[in-house]
Design a protein around this ligand. Structure first.
Ligand SMILES: [Zn+2]
Length: 64
């Protein structure tokens, strides 16, 4: 996993990212939820892992 923890709104925007506000419960669900099929392409699993990683990082950043 090469994706760093977010460095700030401007750095995120520079990478073409947009802010996504979610309830902590939704983030928690997202961080734990994996619905990838066992034979899903690596690209799909990577994206899933990235999303769950960032959801977990956002939770930690916010002290949850
Ligand atoms: Zn998954």
């Amino acid at each position: 996993m090469t994706d760093p923890v977010p460095t700030g709104p401007q750095a995120e925007a520079a990478q073409g990212r947009v802010a996504l506000w979610l309830d902590p419960e939704d983030l928690r669900w997202l961080a734990r939820h994996c619905c990838c099929a066992e034979d899903a392409p690596q690209e799909v699993k990577d994206r899933c892992g990235r999303l769950r990683f960032r959801a977990g990082a956002a939770l930690h950043k916010d002290g949850h």
